[in-house]
Design a protein. Structure first.
Length: 131
């Protein structure tokens, strides 16, 4: 269970998790479907630690155009995940810290933890740009 939950938190897919568990514990191999069922039983979300672009747009209160521009300019690292693209929470926090008061308005951030980070970073960023 610890192996499954830790791999899920790093963004591994159920197939990747089942393969790793089968290699680590050859006497108890797991199929992808069995891994999915175990994750549900454990209450582990495969999205833990990750957001979609839409999630981040909604949480930060920025436009899709700004988000795409930030990606194109290399300000935000988005990882491909099958047919989707996702952003790690760590990358989102890095982006908020660097862009608070610039691309990210702290007053529009909906997530309380990210808002606190944005408010603090905006003060620091303002001081850096002023002097």
């Amino acid at each position: 269970d610890a192996c499954i939950t830790s791999m899920a938190s790093t963004g591994a897919t159920p197939l990747m998790i089942s393969q790793a568990v089968s290699l680590r514990y050859p006497l108890t191999p797991r199929t992808e479907d069995a891994t999915r069922r175990r994750l549900v039983t454990l209450g582990v979300s495969l999205r833990a630690g990750w957001w979609s672009r839409f999630d981040l747009i909604r949480l930060l209160g920025v436009s899709e155009a700004k988000m795409r521009s930030a990606e194109a300019r290399g300000l935000l690292s988005v990882e491909p995940y099958g047919k989707w693209r996702r952003i790690s929470q760590i990358e989102a926090e890095r982006f908020v810290t660097a862009q608070a008061g610039l691309l990210v308005d702290p007053r529009r951030v909906r997530d309380p933890r990210l808002r606190t980070l944005a408010e603090t970073a905006a003060i620091v960023n303002r001081r850096r740009h002023v002097g």
